[in-house]
Design a protein around this ligand. Structure first.
Ligand code: NAD
Length: 417
C-alpha cells in the first residue's frame, strides 16, 4: 500500500470519523467505533494434492456486536490482508445497521488463490479454517457467508465441519449454503437485486428514466453477472459494457445479458463476446452511461479518475470501490453514488432471512423473499435519502450517519460507551 488512499481500513476509519463528527458523537464512542472489538488470526497447514504441506494465513474480525451477533463474508484472495478484512468487517457493521437487521458486522478471509487449488485442496482449507475459527462462530456469536472467490460448496463444507465438531445440527452457523442444506431461495442474486431496488428508488428521486437507459458493469462475478441480468430485467437497462480481471468489452448498441453470462461461464471471461470491441477496466469506469455498477474490488474510483466518471448513478455493488477523495469529486460533479454498504446490502439481508428460516426450520417461497427484500432495501434507501436531503451531505456520509447513529445508540443502551 503506497499511500493512505489505498489502505481500505484507513478509508473505513476516515469515513467513520467524518460521520461521527457530523453526528457530534462523544470522544469515547468515536474511538470505540474506529476499531474492531475482536480479531482472530490463524495459521492453516493444508496437505496439497502433491503430498506437500502448504501454510495459509486466515483471519476473522468481529468488528462490532452492539446490535447483535456479528455477520459477514469470507474472502479467499491472494491480496487478502488483515486491513482489508478489518475494513470489510467495519462496512458489514454499517451495512447491517443501515438495513436495520438485528446483527453486527464481521468479516473473514484467507490469503490464497483458489483458482490454483483443486476441489480437494479447497475442501481441506475450508475444514481447517473451521477447526481453528469455529470456536468463535455460531448463530448467537458470528455467522460467515460467501464473498469473493468463496462459494456455496465451500459454505457447505464449513457447516459440515462445524456440525461434526459440535455433534449436532447448526444450519444457521453459516449462510449462502446450497438450498438442499438450508440455503434460502433468492440468495444467489440477492446482492445485485438489492442494488436494483435502490437504483430504482434513486432514479425516481432524481427524475431519471431507466427504461432503455445504459448500464456498465465492472467485475463480472456473482454480483456483476446478476447486475447485468437484473439491470435488464428489473430496470429495463441496456447493458453496453462489462469487464473482468482479464479486461472488458463494449457494444454501445447494448448486449444480451443472458448470452454474455453464458459466454463468461463457458469461457471464463467476457472477452471475445460477439459484436463487441475491447475496453480497458479504467476506460469502462469513465464511460458515458446512466448507471455504473462497480462490482469487482476496492479503490477503483480514486482522486485521479473520479473527475472523469460520467455515469449519473453509481451503484456500488463492490465493497469500497470509491476513495473518500473521489467521493468529494463525484458529489461536486453531481454524480449520485449509492454507497456500497447500502447498494450491496441485499446479500446480507437475504443471508439474515436464511438464518431466520434455519432457526424456525421452515422455508419461504422465492416471491416472499423478493417481497421482503424489496421492503427492506426500499426503506433503507429512503432513510438514507432523507438524511441526505436534511443534512445536505454526500450520499455515503448520509448512509454512515444513519448507520453509525444506530450502532452508537445500541452501544450506549448496553452501557458500553
Ligand atoms: P466474485 O469472485 O464472484 O467476482 C469478482 C469478479 O471481479 C470476477 O469476475 C473477477 O474477474 C473480477 N475482477 C477481479 N479483479 C478485477 C479487476 N482488477 N478489474 C475488473 N474485474 C476484476 O465476487 P463477488 O461475490 O461478485 O463480489 C464482488 C464484489 O461485490 C466484492 O467487492 C464483494 O465484497 C462485493 N459483494 C459481494 C456480495 C455477494 O453476495 N456476492 C455481497 C456484498 C458485496
Amino acid at each position: 500500500m503506497s499511500s493512505a488512499e489505498y489502505n481500505p481500513f484507513t478509508t473505513a476509519q476516515q469515513q467513520l470519523d467524518e460521520a461521527a463528527g457530523k453526528l457530534g458523537l462523544d470522544k469515547g464512542t468515536r474511538e470505540f467505533l474506529r476499531w474492531p472489538q475482536r480479531e482472530f488470526v490463524v495459521t492453516l497447514p493444508v496437505r496439497m494434492d502433491d503430498g506437500k504441506v502448504k501454510v495459509f494465513r486466515g483471519y476473522r474480525v468481529q468488528y462490532n456486536s452492539a446490535r447483535g451477533p456479528t455477520k459477514g463474508g469470507l474472502r479467499w484472495h491472494p491480496d487478502e490482508t488483515i486491513d482489508t478484512v478489518r475494513a470489510l468487517a467495519a462496512w458489514m457493521t454499517w451495512k447491517t445497521a443501515v438495513v436495520d437487521i438485528p446483527l453486527g458486522g464481521g468479516k473473514g478471509g484467507v490469503t490464497c488463490n483458489p483458482k490454483e487449488m483443486s476441489q480437494g485442496e479447497q475442501e481441506r482449507l475450508a475444514r481447517g479454517y473451521v477447526r481453528q475459527v469455529g470456536r468463535i462462530l455460531g448463530v448467537t456469536k458470528d455467522v460467515p457467508a460467501p464473498d469473493v472467490y468463496t462459494t456455496p460448496q465451500i459454505m457447505a463444507w464449513m457447516m459440515d465441519e462445524f456440525e461434526a465438531i459440535q455433534e449436532e445440527s447448526h444450519p444457521g452457523v453459516i449462510t449462502g449454503k446450497p438450498i438442499p442444506l438450508g440455503g434460502s431461495q433468492g440468495r444467489g442474486d440477492a446482492t445485485a437485486r438489492g442494488g436494483m431496488y435502490t437504483t430504482r428508488e434513486a432514479a425516481k428521486k432524481l427524475g431519471i428514466e431507466l427504461k432503455g437507459a445504459t448500464g456498465a458493469v465492472q467485475g463480472f462475478g456473482n454480483a456483476g453477472q446478476y447486475a447485468a441480468l437484473l439491470g435488464e430485467e428489473i430496470l429495463g437497462l441496456k447493458i453496453i459494457a462489462a469487464s473482468d480481471s482479464r479486461g472488458g468489452i463494449i457494444n454501445p448498441a447494448g448486449m444480451d445479458a443472458k448470452a454474455l453470462v453464458k459466454h463468461k461461464l463457458e469461457t471464463g471471461t467476457v472477452q471475445g463476446f460477439p459484436n463487441t470491441e475491447p475496453i480497458s477496466n479504467e476506460d469502462l469506469l469513465e464511460l458515458d452511461c446512466t448507471v455504473l455498477f462497480p462490482s469487482a474490488l476496492e479503490n477503483v474510483i480514486r482522486s485521479n479518475n473520479a473527475g472523469n466518471v460520467k455515469a449519473d448513478i453509481i451503484c456500488e455493488l463492490a465493497n469500497g470501490p470509491t476513495t473518500p477523495e473521489a467521493d468529494e469529486i463525484l458529489a461536486k460533479n453531481k454524480r449520485f453514488v449509492i454507497p456500497d454498504f447500502l447498494a450491496n446490502a441485499g446479500g446480507v439481508t437475504v443471508s439474515y432471512f436464511e438464518q431466520v428460516q434455519n432457526t424456525y426450520n421452515y422455508y419461504w417461497p422465492l416471491d416472499l423473499v423478493h417481497e421482503r427484500l424489496d421492503e427492506k432495501m426500499t426503506k433503507a434507501f429512503h432513510d438514507v435519502y432523507d438524511m441526505y436531503m436534511k443534512e445536505d451531505v454526500h450520499p455515503r456520509l448520509a448512509a454512515y450517519m444513519v448507520a453509525v447513529r444506530r450502532v452508537a445508540d445500541a452501544a450506549k443502551l448496553r452501557g458500553w460507551v
